[in-house]
Design a protein around this ligand. Structure first.
Ligand code: F6R
Length: 308
C-alpha cells in the first residue's frame, strides 16, 4: 500500500494533468460509495470555512434534482464498477463531469464521452487510497472555484506525516479498545474523520463501531450512555476547535462518565485532518492484529456485491 504522505504528494497536479480545466461552477457534487466517498467528506471538511461554493457528497443512485448544468460532478470509484456511482454517471450527463478511478466501466464510459479521467494506481484496497480520493476532490474543488488552491498546505502536511510517527499512539489506543465497541465522536473538521475511523474499524478489523458528532449528540445521544459495559466513547477533538465545541467535549465527557480523548498534531486543517486519518487507519490495523483478523478480508461486502 502506498503510504498516506506519498499518496498526497503523488495526487498533486493529477487533476490538471488529466485535463480538468479551471472553470467556475455553481457547486461541486462528489458521487461515490464507501472508501471512494469518504475522500469527498474529508475534502469538504478540509476546506471547511474556506468554501466558496457548496461541496456536496452523494452516496446514492441519484443526484439531487437541483443540480444543474452549471455544476461540476466528480464521479469517484476506485474500481470503476460500483453501481451507485455508475448510476450517478448517467444522472450527471447534463453537468460537467470528471471521473477518478483505476479503470472499470467508469473509465470506459468517461473516455468514450471525452470526459477527463484522473487515473489512480491499481492494486490497492479502495479504502487504502484515501489520500488519492481526498486530494483529487480538493484539486477538482479548486479547479471548479468551490475552494481555494490548498497545494502549499498539502505539501506541508506531507512533510509532517513523513516526520511525525503515530504508531505508538495507535498501538496504545488499540489496547484500550480490545473487546469494546467504540463510538467515535467528532465535530467540524473531525466529524468525517470519526466516520472514517468507524469505517476502517468495520472493514479492517471486521468489528462493530459507530460514529457521531457534536454538537448534535448533546441533544440526544448523551442520554444513551447509561450502560458503558460494551461501548467505549472516543472523542476526536481539534486543537483549533471553537471554544463552545471544546467546552462541549469537556462537559460531555464528564457527564457520560469519561471518554478517550484524542487530539491531532499539526497547524493547518490539512495537517490536522490527515494526521488523524492516519492515526485511525493504524488503529484499525492494530486492532485487527490483536484480534488475529486479516485486514484485507471483507467477505460480507463482497458477497453482497456479488449477490445484488
Ligand atoms: C473496500 C472499500 C469499499 C469500497 C466501496 C465502493 O476497500 O473501502 O467501501 O470503496 O464498496 O467501491 P469502489 O471504491 O470501487 O467504488
Amino acid at each position: 500500500m502506498t503510504p498516506l504522505p506519498d499518496q498526497i504528494a503523488d495526487s498533486l497536479g493529477r487533476a490538471a494533468a488529466a485535463g480538468v480545466e479551471p472553470r467556475a461552477a455553481a457547486g461541486l457534487a462528489i458521487c461515490g460509495m464507501g472508501g471512494s466517498a469518504v475522500g469527498g467528506l474529508l475534502a469538504a471538511a478540509t476546506v471547511g470555512p474556506r468554501a466558496q461554493r457548496q461541496i456536496l457528497v452523494v452516496r446514492d443512485y441519484a443526484l439531487p434534482p437541483w443540480i444543474g448544468p452549471d455544476w461540476t460532478v466528480l464521479l469517484s470509484s476506485y474500481s470503476g464498477d460500483t453501481e451507485e456511482t455508475l448510476a450517478c454517471w448517467d444522472a450527471a450527463a447534463h453537468a460537467r463531469r470528471v471521473a477518478v478511478t483505476t479503470g472499470g466501466a467508469l473509465a470506459e464510459r468517461a473516455r468514450a464521452a471525452g470526459v477527463p479521467v484522473v487515473g489512480l494506481p491499481s492494486g490497492m484496497q479502495p479504502r487504502d487510497a484515501v489520500g488519492y480520493a481526498t486530494v483529487t476532490a480538493l484539486e477538482v474543488a479548486a479547479l471548479a472555484g468551490a475552494a481555494p488552491d490548498l497545494r502549499s498546505e498539502l505539501e506541508a502536511a506531507v512533510e509532517l506525516l513523513r516526520i511525525e510517527d503515530c504508531e505508538a499512539e495507535a498501538g496504545a489506543l488499540a489496547e484500550t479498545l480490545r473487546d469494546r465497541v467504540p463510538v467515535f465522536c467528532g465535530a467540524g473538521l473531525t466529524a468525517p474523520v470519526a466516520y472514517r475511523w468507524k469505517c476502517q474499524f468495520n472493514e479492517n478489523a471486521n468489528r462493530a463501531a459507530f460514529s457521531s458528532e457534536l454538537p448534535e449528540l448533546d441533544h440526544n445521544e448523551i442520554e444513551g450512555w447509561g450502560d458503558r459495559s460494551l461501548l467505549e466513547p472516543v472523542f476526536l477533538e481539534d486543537t483549533h476547535a471553537p471554544a463552545r465545541i471544546a467546552r462541549r467535549f469537556e462537559l460531555t465527557a464528564e457527564i457520560i462518565g469519561g471518554a478517550r480523548r484524542v487530539l491531532p498534531r499539526g497547524a493547518s486543517r490539512s495537517e490536522r485532518l490527515f494526521w488523524l486519518v492516519r492515526l485511525g487507519d493504524l488503529l484499525s490495523l492494530h486492532v485487527a492484529r490483536l484480534d488475529g483478523t486479516d485486514p484485507a478480508e471483507i467477505p460480507n461486502l463482497l458477497r453482497l456485491k456479488a449477490e445484488l
